[in-house]
Design a protein around this ligand. Structure first.
Ligand code: MG
Length: 371
């Protein structure tokens, strides 16, 4: 399933790791796990290790099949023959943790098939699909929501999968086990072990990782020289005296880039856009800012708000502030009240006050990525 982009949902980031990486990591780090098989769409198998990142165990990567049970069959066949228990996990549940894995493994001491599950909290109605009228209220005490990883004695899974290859689609392997007459045991799941299915699920998962907004600060200063243009947030202020710089010397954008990268925990402007790299010669500040926004998004954050102060002795910046704010709003993708630019002089004090330099300070607030 894809969530409004061309990227398969398992490859979308939640914070610093993708959904797939989080899922694989939980098993890779668990002491009871000996082998990890990752079943992927066929065109991604060759990139498997790069997609899951560093792992302690040697992962095997296998192309999935048309149906869920076909994918599980292929994954199972990639396991060594002496494996006695198999856990089947849906990679779209990135918040699986060691405690859930422990309970499923422990459950296999008494059951051939084990499913982690959580009790249903809401009242559940059976509804006639045609008339949209309730036909029954189900007894909540009898209803549980199944999660993964689902645990199997290897022999039971092999038998179930052999039947599943000819059976109709199953929504999980435990369903095939039930059909085959196995007693399927329940162990406590975890309400946090959610499946990421919709864009709302993804947004909620990201929000969970960012309980507090993230704040970063930035500062920049450039010497002013004759014969350079003075550009702030892409707005040209003067053309006869401006900052000496490898780039366009847009101190407002540079301070904001550092604030955003700092809030994202993603390094600084020098690391991403080194002034030794010819690519950034005369680079427009707004362009670097746009890239910083993308870097923050890559690690799971969107810009919520920025505030900045430019310190410059002359000329007066007040007539240009609204144009600067408008340009920043466009690049940052935020609203009117979320961008603030202020201008001050340094009252004739120090090098900035003598008109030898221009400086800017910025603060950025980031929240969880929204899309
Ligand atoms: Mg700079």
């Amino acid at each position: 399933m894809r969530l409004g982009s061309d990227t398969p949902k398992q490859l979308l980031p939640i914070g610093h790791a993708t959904i797939l990486q989080r899922s694989v990591r939980a098993f890779d780090r668990h002491a009871a796990i000996d082998h990890v098989v990752v079943v992927l769409p066929g065109d991604l198998v060759a990139d498997g290790q790069a997609l899951v990142g560093d792992t302690a165990r040697t992962c095997r990567f296998v192309a999935g099949g048309a149906r869920r049970q076909d994918s599980v069959s292929r994954g199972m066949r990639a396991l060594p023959a002496d494996v006695d228990r198999v856990l089947v996990h849906d990679a779209a549940r990135p918040f699986v943790d060691a405690a859930i894995i422990d309970r499923v493994v422990d459950g296999l001491a008494t059951h051939a098939v084990v499913v982690p599950a959580v009790p249903v909290k809401d009242t559940v109605k059976r509804v006639d699909r045609q008339t949209a009228v309730v036909t029954a209220t189900l007894s909540r005490e009898d209803l549980w929501l199944a999660q993964t990883p689902q645990g199997f004695q290897a022999a039971a899974l092999a038998a179930v999968m052999a039947q599943g290859e000819s059976a109709a689609d199953a929504t999980d392997e435990a369903m095939l086990a039930e059909r085959a007459g196995h007693a399927v045991g329940i162990v406590p799941g975890d309400p946090a072990n959610v499946k990421i299915t919709t864009a709302d699920d993804l947004a909620a998962a990201r929000a969970r990782l960012v309980a507090m907004p993230r704040v970063g600060t930035g500062y920049d200063l450039h010497r002013l020289v004759d014969g350079r243009a003075l550009v702030l947030a892409g707005v040209q202020i003067a053309d006869d005296r401006g900052p000496l710089a490898h780039s366009d010397g847009d101190v407002l954008c540079h301070a904001m880039v550092d604030a955003i990268l700092g809030a994202a925990g993603a390094g600084d402007i020098g690391r991403h856009f080194p002034n030794t790299d010819p690519r950034w010669k005369d680079a427009a500040g707004l362009n670097l800012l746009e890239r910083a926004v993308a870097i923050a998004q890559d690690v799971g954050f969107d810009v919520v708000q920025v505030d900045a102060t430019i310190v410059l002795e002359r000329p007066k910046l007040a007539p240009h502030v609204e144009a600067m704010q408008a340009a920043l709003r466009r690049v940052l993708g935020v609203g009117d009240r979320e961008v603030s630019v202020k201008a001050k002089t340094n009252e004739g004090v120090d090098a900035v006050g003598r008109g030898e330099a221009i400086a800017a300070h910025a603060v950025a607030v980031l929240g969880p990525r929204r899309s």
